[in-house]
Every structure is written in C-alpha cells, then in structure tokens.
Design a protein around this ligand. Structure first.
Ligand code: PMP
Ligand code: GLN
Length: 379
C-alpha cells in the first residue's frame, strides 16, 4: 500500500531486544527490569480480580487511584490536582504523550523537542500533524540546555515544549534554575509544557525532582506525564497518568476516550492500595542508587568514559578510547560478539548524530550487571 506513515520505522528497543534474545546476549538495551515486582502488588491484583474487578474502569480511571495520585503529589510536592477533573489514568506514558499531541496539535503546529529525545516523541507529534523543532544537546557541554537557543526556536506556531526529567537517555535532571528559565522564555506565550516525568523517583545523590508544575505560572499550562512501570517494576502493565489543570484535562480526555477509552481495572485497584504506603514508591530511589553505583564500580577498570547518571535507570558511556566505529553498528556487533546488548544514542537524534556513546540499562539483577561489566572491561 502507499504508506501514510513512510517515516515510521521499528523502534530501536524492539530491534535490540530481539537481537539480544536471538543471540543470547545480556540485554542491557531496552529499559525494563529483569527482576519481579513486589509480591504484595501481585497479591493485590489477584485479590481484586477474585473480587470481580474485571469489567471496564471509568474512562478517566478508578477514583481511588486518582485520589491516591492526588495524595502522593500533594504530600511530595505540595501540588494540588483534583482527582475529579485534573488526573487521568492512561495506558502508560506512551499513550499519555500520544493523547496530549492528539488533543493539542493543529496541523502545522510546532513542538520544541530537546534531542537526544525519547523515541516516541517525534512520531507522536508527526502522526498528529505537527512538526518537531529541535534543540540539540551535546556531550561537549554535558547536555546542558542553552535557554537563549530554545527562545530563538519559538515562533507563532510553537504549540508546546516537551521535556524529560530525569532524562532518557542522558540521565540528566532539571534544576530549579532550568524551570525558572523555561518560565521566563515562555511568559505570556500560552505555550504548553509537556513534562515527561516517568523516572521521577529514580534520582540520585540526594537530588530533588524539579517539575515545571512546581512553578505557579507554568503549572497552568503543563501536562505532567507519569508511569507506574518504572517506579514499581511493572513496565508490562502499561499504566500511567496525566496531571493537568481542568481545561487541559478536558481536552486530554477527549483524545484518551477514543484511543483506549479505559485501562485494566484490577491493576488500577492494586496500585490504588499500594500507593497508600509511601515507602512503596520512595524506596525505589535508594534501590536504583545502589544499582547505579554498583554498575559504575564494576565498569571502573574499563576503557569507557562516563559521567554517572543523575537519574533514570540508564548509564551512558563514551567508547571513543576503544574504537571509532558508528554507534549503531557497534551496538549490533557487541551484542553478537561480546554478548552485551545496548542502545546507540544516535537513534535519539533527528540527524543521527554519532557521538560514540552507548546507553546501558542498569535495571537488571546484580549478577547480570556484573557479568556484563566483566565483558565490557575486556574491550
Ligand atoms: N517516556 C520515557 C522517557 C520513557 O523512558 C518511557 C519508557 N520507558 C516512556 C515514556 C513510556 O512509558 P510507558 O512504558 O509507561 O508507556
Ligand atoms: N522506555 C524504554 C527504554 O527507553 C523502552 C520502552 C519501549 O520499549 N517502548 O528503553
């Protein structure tokens, strides 16, 4: 057929995970834990399934879950989102992002994207008739954002700016200064902020999570995108949520209503119960801090160069001292020959810029991380 979507390829995560499975390589490519979620959470799902919570949930999500998210957001950040009309449950952050684009983009609208960018952003913009406008971040200045450059990209077609904190793949986190700069350059513009915060609890070295929703002016036009997959080791359950002021939520729900309508009911009840105990989400910070530190330590004898991730469960490393092969080819080659799968960073750039960097996911058990590091240290 004549494709309506000629530029849409297969995501790198499918490509690399498939190759890892075929070759038996240690899979540090796609971001998912190779260990199980809490048995308590599984019991809760079972409990609610047995109780008969197996029919359609309300379109916006079950109320106890929306209330639990409201409570958590108020407790942690002193931010108020009303469960009635400002919180919506969706099928993972991927759907949240897509539904936002569907809700706000008119044909030809521009969305400013920082690259390297998580790979669903640009297709979600383009499939909804928008155009991605890039702000390119580079390793030379540790992926810092030049806000004057961002400002220079704003036109009368700019509908939104999408950001990620903690960031995938760089592991960088927004600071309060970043939020203030964002507020200053978008003052009186009405530009929406789409803030992907799926790794909000995976943040290291005592850092505080900073969201544009914490700035009173930005909050009015910010969509916060969350996911339970990363926090609770349940990426396969595909449950996430959108926090946004009432008018924005109303538009968001129009799109969500016709993308999935509603999300699996027993999982929502399980999370509603599980969220009542703050340690269930707070403990993930220390858990991944230890994983990052162990993986970084095991890599120490290697010839890679890196700056420890500030957040997320990804560690980027530069392999310049080992070879100058293209990152994509190298990721494939090392999966086959060394037995460790990774993600090449060039795929997250519009022009496939190759900075000779690979991304390793450390959401893996210690045994796998140590084995992988041992192989990588031989290079
Ligand atoms: N945003 C980022 C930055 C991610 O890394 C991911 C997936 N890992 C998603 C969104 C998608 O999240 P979900 O699995 O909840 O759809
Ligand atoms: N977010 C995950 C990653 O960055 C992958 C999610 C997916 O496979 N779609 O690896």
């Amino acid at each position: 057929i004549s494709s309506k979507q000629p530029n849409i390829g297969t995501t790198i995560f499918t490509v690399m995970s498939q190759l890892a499975a075929e070759t038996g390589a240690l899979n540090l490519s796609q971001g998912f834990p190779n260990f199980n979620c809490s048995p308590k959470l599984i019991e809760l799902v079972n409990h609610h399934m047995k109780k008969g919570m197996n029919q359609y949930a309300p379109m916006a999500g079950i109320m106890p879950l929306r209330e639990a998210i409201a409570q958590k957001t108020a407790d942690l950040y002193q931010l108020n989102y009303h469960p009635n009309d400002e919180i919506t449950i969706a099928s993972g952050c991927t759907e949240v992002l897509y539904a936002i684009m569907t809700a706000i983009i008119h044909k030809g609208d521009e969305v400013i994207v920082f690259e390297p960018a998580y790979d669903s952003y640009v297709p979600s913009i383009e499939l909804n008739g928008g155009k991605a406008v890039y702000v390119t971040l580079s390793p030379e200045n540790n992926f810092a954002i030049d806000w004057n450059l961002v400002k220079s990209k704003i036109t009368d077609k700019t509908k939104a700016i999408i950001l990620t904190t903690p960031h995938n793949p760089t592991g960088k986190c927004f600071t309060q200064n970043n939020i203030n700069s964002l507020a200053a350059i978008t003052k009186n513009t009405g530009i929406f902020i789409i803030s992907d915060e799926v790794y909000e609890h995976i943040i290291f070295d005592g850092r505080k999570h900073w969201s544009p929703s914490m700035h009173p002016e930005l909050k009015e036009r910010t969509f916060v995108c969350g996911s339970f997959g990363k926090t609770f080791h349940t990426t396969g359950w595909k449950l996430g949520y959108c926090l946004a002021p009432k008018e924005l939520t109303a538009e968001f729900r129009k799109a969500h209503q016709w993308i999935t309508f509603s999300c699996p009911t027993p999982f929502q009840y399980a999370f509603a119960d599980f969220l009542k105990e703050p340690d269930n989400y707070l403990s993930v910070t220390q858990f991944y801090q230890e994983k990052r530190d162990k993986f970084n330590n095991w890599l120490k004898p290697s010839r890679f160069d890196w700056i420890p991730a500030e957040g997320s469960f990804f560690q980027m490393v530069s392999y310049k001292k080992i070879t100058d092969e293209p990152d994509y080819d190298l990721a494939i080659k090392w999966t086959k020959e060394i037995g460790v799968a990774s993600i090449p960073i060039s795929v997250f750039y519009s022009e496939k810029i190759d900075n000779k960097i690979l991304r390793f996911c450390f959401a893996k058990d210690d045994e796998m991380l140590e084995k992988a590091a041992e192989k990588l240290c031989k290079l």
